[in-house]
Design a protein. Structure first.
Length: 81
């Protein structure tokens, strides 16, 4: 039960981190993050999102959340990402 709770809490913390990032960036920056691709985002996130215990899988989930938001904001990019 402890590990499940930890994973759930980390998942919520990851969502909060992504939401915080989304509040800090405007549409052009969000689109540039997506255009840079997952690998570039993960490399950058590993440098700046430190000390939180995020794993490589967490960074991939974060990028997927950002990508989903970018598609909501600019639907026509769905064909390019």
């Amino acid at each position: 039960m402890g590990n499940e709770r930890l994973l759930t809490e980390r998942g919520k913390f990851l969502e909060a981190a992504v939401m915080t990032l989304l509040h800090q960036v405007d549409k052009p920056i969000l689109l540039s993050i997506i255009a840079g691709g997952e690998s570039q985002f993960i490399a950058h996130a590993r440098s700046y999102w430190t000390g939180h215990g995020f794993t490589g899988e967490d960074y991939k989930k974060a990028f997927a959340m950002l990508k989903k938001r970018a598609i909501e904001v600019v639907p026509h990019i769905a064909d390019t990402v």
